[in-house]
Design a protein around this ligand. Structure first.
Ligand code: PMP
Length: 381
């Protein structure tokens, strides 16, 4: 157990063997060793995202860069029209990126804590013609998970390209790109993969890549997928120096996921999500997210009366568990607990004990070990 268990919604705790991979001596960015790690990472990503006919891209950056890359490589500016489906802070960010590049777009938004229902998406798509539809799988501000499988079916009927922001989902929640007809999943290394932050990651369908090839120029240089494609196919070629150590660590993180089995990993994320929600409610927290949309990857507890946000989070951190504050209007009313990546049962029970002990100091009462018992019950089911 580390000094402090990082239970923020990303970055997530990094296993020693992934850190060991990061700490190996830096090799040439065009060496055979590096090429093998990058190729394997790309192949593993395509398996994790069920898009073995597609192309994977891994470049230095973070999730916001992958959002930008997804839009710039699929949207013909200014001709194309984009629909942004938003359920919170990161959906709004997608709209801000559209604005920054002069992308014509409409926004269909859910109230924070909920998601846009597929029927509402269908109504919006029926009324207008869009070339690209983009949504957030799990909005990390609200803990709400969109039904991307149903969205994809609705979007497929219109012929639009479908982009999913999987930053808070990929590797922990199914994103069956081929079955569901998803064209781009954009994501990052630091959440369900359990790797350190520093990579912008995309998996792209043949159809989306064909569209990029048909577009003359795009307002991007580093973010242009066509500059990266030859590198991803043969990493001994040079375009821009990749972060060698990061990629080695990411390769190890993806190996661990495949060794565990992706379906097993989805199940364990689901169980761990239920364990955290059970533990938090047993201790008297409310839950901000509408239960119909509760994501397996993070929870957003609402403070009971008398528990002040900053004081509680500081006391919890002093007890060894680091959580994140609320974003936007929810700041002060809620906090955010990440539970994705490579967490194990012992860490969850340990954290439950720390939540309980910390909350008791704020004068809250509940049956002894109520949190631990609720977590154990959910994990046993
Ligand atoms: N999308 C979602 C759903 C996210 O949770 C985040 C990060 N919390 C981002 C995009 C942006 O990623 P990054 O912070 O790595 O730029």
């Amino acid at each position: 157990m580390p000094d402090k268990l990082l239970l923020i919604p990303g970055p997530t705790p990094v296993l020693p063997r992934i850190l060991d991979a990061l700490a190996q001596p830096t090799v040439s960015h065009v060496s055979a060793e590096m090429a093998a790690d990058l190729r394997e990472s790309c192949d593993n990503l395509k398996k994790i995202l069920f898009r073995e006919d597609g192309e994977a891209f891994i470049v230095s950056g973070a999730g916001t860069l992958s959002m930008e890359m997804a839009l710039l490589n699929t949207v013909s500016i200014p001709r194309d029209r984009v629909l942004v489906v938003s359920q919170g802070y990161f959906g709004s960010r997608m709209s801000q990126i559209c604005q920054a590049f002069g992308i014509t777009h409409d926004l269909v938004e859910a109230e924070w804590g909920k998601c846009v229902l597929p029927e509402r998406l269908q109504a919006q798509l029926g009324g207008s013609k869009y070339d690209v539809v983009v949504c957030t799988h799990v909005d990390t501000s609200t803990g709400a998970m969109a039904d991307v499988g149903s969205y994809a079916r609705v979007v497929a009927k219109t012929g639009a390209l479908f982009i999913v922001d999987g930053v808070c989902a990929t590797g922990g929640i199914p994103e069956r790109m081929m079955d569901w007809d998803i064209d781009v999943v954009l994501t990052a290394a630091q959440k369900c993969f359990g790797a350190p932050p520093g990579l912008a990651i995309l998996v792209v369908s043949p159809r989306a890549l064909a569209k990029r090839r048909r577009m003359d120029g795009i307002p991007a240089y580093y973010s242009d997928l066509l500059r990266w494609l030859p590198i991803m196919q043969d990493p001994t070629k040079y375009f821009s120096t990749p972060c060698v150590n990061e990629i080695r660590a990411f390769a190890e993180a993806t190996r661990l996921i495949l060794r565990e089995g992706v379906e097993e990993r989805f199940k364990s994320h689901d169980a761990i999500g239920r364990a955290f929600r059970g533990m938090l409610t047993a201790l008297g927290f409310g839950l901000f997210t509408d239960p119909r949309f509760a994501a397996p990857t993070l929870s957003v507890p609402v403070y009971p009366p008398g528990v002040e946000d900053k004081a509680f989070r500081a006391a919890l951190a002093a007890n060894g568990v680091v959580v994140a504050g609320g974003l936007g209007d929810t700041a002060g009313r809620v906090f955010r607990v990440g539970h994705m990546g490579n967490l194990v049962r012992e860490q969850i029970i340990w954290a439950a004990d720390k939540f309980e002990k910390t909350l008791a100091r704020f004068g809250r009462t509940f049956p002894r070990n109520a949190g631990i018992r609720a977590a154990e019950e959910a994990l046993a089911r």
